[in-house]
Design a protein around this ligand. Structure first.
Ligand SMILES: NC(=O)c1ccc[n+]([C@@H]2O[C@H](COP(=O)([O-])OP(=O)(O)OC[C@H]3O[C@@H](n4cnc5c(N)ncnc54)[C@H](OP(=O)(O)O)[C@@H]3O)[C@@H](O)[C@H]2O)c1
Length: 340
């Protein structure tokens, strides 16, 4: 029997990506899709690419109605909206995979400092951070999974081997990340209009982007001490993809070959992390619509800095693909099922 799932916030970019991937998943049936603005319309009327594949009628978010049709929900809602929905679904006994930031930060005070009030703090206790490469053993038992952010996925996977093996000075980490515009969601914003974005390239959220504490939280766990980073995101004129270029000073003797072996060994058994050959670096189009995080590494002997280039698709490994990877783990399905 198929697992019945609902996509909450199905008309957003992560919701559409969930629909695209889940329709090909052999053990899942999508039984409900929600939207506030388009409730009552067929999903395939709003998105004709899904005609004949997902013709369900979009419904307004009513947890008790959805609980009658689904066992697991994906929340593709804006932060602050997700926390109330997560609580309602957990109270009704459903498994929840939340794609928003609402449960990613373990410390409620840190959440409130960066995002504002948190009204479901009690649930933070039971939440597992859904980065399979680091938390697989906990994800298999979790009923509330906080799916990581897109930039954090690229930066944490890019840095994990160096921190675990204590190879870099913790106060020298710089993450320079670039994202396509789907990273900002599907709602209309002037700064995301074609004429504002096309043929242009800019930094934003400099020194204050909300993904900073999430990246620092996970790097600190890996390093077993507090890590503070410089993180600068950029907006590039492409629809999807994230490329993070990461710099840090080595603490001891290093060369590109040993650095490369460290990464190959660390990720040897990971189905969705690929290390490029020495001297080769990934591009966003090489991971487009796939669940891979591709990584290239180099040791710059002149500056004694490690340079790591990490590429993901923000909507797949950075959001909906990773959410399905988490669902697979939680439900005991093969981890790679339905994913490329
Ligand atoms: N985009 C990415 O690359 C990415 C990556 C990782 C994580 N995330 C996170 O994932 C979440 C979804 O992102 P997204 O890019 O898919 O956002 P989005 O394109 O803006 O979509 C938001 C969805 O939530 C629905 N919605 C908005 N306000 C609502 C409310 N008050 N009640 C019920 N439904 C509501 C919208 O429905 P209607 O407008 O149709 O009513 C839409 O379906 C966000 O928290 C985001 O930070 C996004």
């Amino acid at each position: 029997m198929s697992l019945k799932v609902a996509i909450i916030g199905a008309t957003g970019y992560t919701g559409i990506e969930l629909a695209r991937l889940l329709l090909r998943h052999p053990k899942v049936e999508i039984t409900a899709v929600t939207s506030e603005r388009s409730a009552g319309e067929a999903f395939s009327k709003i998105f004709p690419a899904f005609q004949g594949r997902l013709d369900l009628t979009l419904e307004a978010l009513d947890p008790s109605t959805i609980a009658k049709k689904a066992e697991l929900v994906f929340l593709g809602l804006p932060h602050h909206e997700a926390m109330g929905a997560a609580k309602a679904f957990r109270d009704l006994g459903l498994k929840v995979i939340d794609l928003s930031a609402d449960f990613r930060l373990r410390d409620a005070a840190t959440y409130e400092a960066w995002y504002g009030q948190h009204s479901a703090q009690a649930l933070l206790e039971e939440t597992v951070y859904g980065l399979p490469e680091l938390y697989r053993d906990s994800i298999v038992k979790a009923d509330l999974i906080a799916n990581p952010g897109c930039y954090p996925t690229s930066c944490i996977l890019g840095l994990a081997p160096l921190l675990r093996e204590k190879k870099i000075a913790l106060d020298t980490i710089h993450c320079d990340s670039k994202s396509g515009t789907s990273g900002a969601g599907r709602s209309a914003k002037t700064e995301l209009l074609f004429c504002e974005v096309n043929e242009s390239f800019k930094a934003y959220g400099v020194g204050k982007h909300r993904h900073t504490p999430e990246i620092e939280q996970e790097l600190s766990v890996l390093a077993e001490e507090k890590v503070v980073i410089t993180f600068t995101p950029h907006l590039v004129p492409m629809d999807r993809g994230i490329l993070s270029t990461i710099y840090a000073k080595a603490t001891g003797a290093m060369d590109s070959k040993s650095l490369h072996s460290l990464y190959e060994k660390f990720y040897a058994k990971e189905p969705f992390v690929r290390i490029r050959p020495l001297g080769v670096f990934p591009a966003t189009h090489e991971v487009r619509m796939s669940n891979y995080c591709d990584i290239g590494v180099h040791f710059d002997e002149r500056t004694e800095r490690v340079i790591v280039v990490s590429a993901i698709d923000n909507l797949t490994k950075g959001a909906s693909g990773q959410a399905i990877q988490n669902m697979n783990l939680r439900m005991g399905f093969e981890e790679t099922l339905g994913l490329l």
